[in-house]
Design a protein around this ligand. Sequence first.
Ligand code: ITT
Length: 194
Amino acid sequence: MIKQLVMATNNANKLREAREILSPLGIEVLSQREAGANCDPEENGATFAENALIKARAVYEAVKLPTVADDSGLCVAALDGRPGVYSARYAPEGQHCAKLLDEMKDVPTDKRGAAFVCSIAFIDENGENYGVSGRCSGSIGYEQRGTNGFGYDPVFMVGEKSMAELTADEKNAISHRGAALRELYKYLKERYGE
Ligand code: ITT
């Protein structure tokens, strides 16, 4: 059994969601800062999976502990899948939702479909990698709603509610990251469980 793994992220919400789902494993999930790594590698991969591996590899090389990294984003059908892997770089801090609503202002209701996508890379104690992914379908709303979650959650509608109107448990149950983390959970439990 491994006792610790490091989450290679600068996003505190991703770390929280990973801890919420992985905690029953009994593996301590350290932030990269707690592990002594201060990494922010250039995410120049063409896919979520490539970028997740770039982030995991950078932290693994710095701390030589099992490492997990998440690369995720929002793919909007009416925008040909944008912002996709550029989701974090789509707008200045705090302006992502407003910019997206503006870009979508003339798009009719039946064409507002979107999906959150998440790829997670795990690098084990030998430096070997394993990947999982998850997806959550929804649509882009017409206004920002709710204060939970982070990022694009206030404009991402799942049924009648935005993702930011869900509790943490409700979001984890349906989210792209929740799905990917549950896959990772299964893998880690089978591989390292008693
Ligand atoms: P790290 O690279 O340090 O992990 P980051 O926030 O920059 O942190 P990404 O490069 O993976 O992460 O970019 C993800 C983008 O997609 C970012 O703009 C997020 O706000 C958004 N995003 C990802 N998951 C989300 C979620 O569950 N809810 C809302 N927005 C999300």
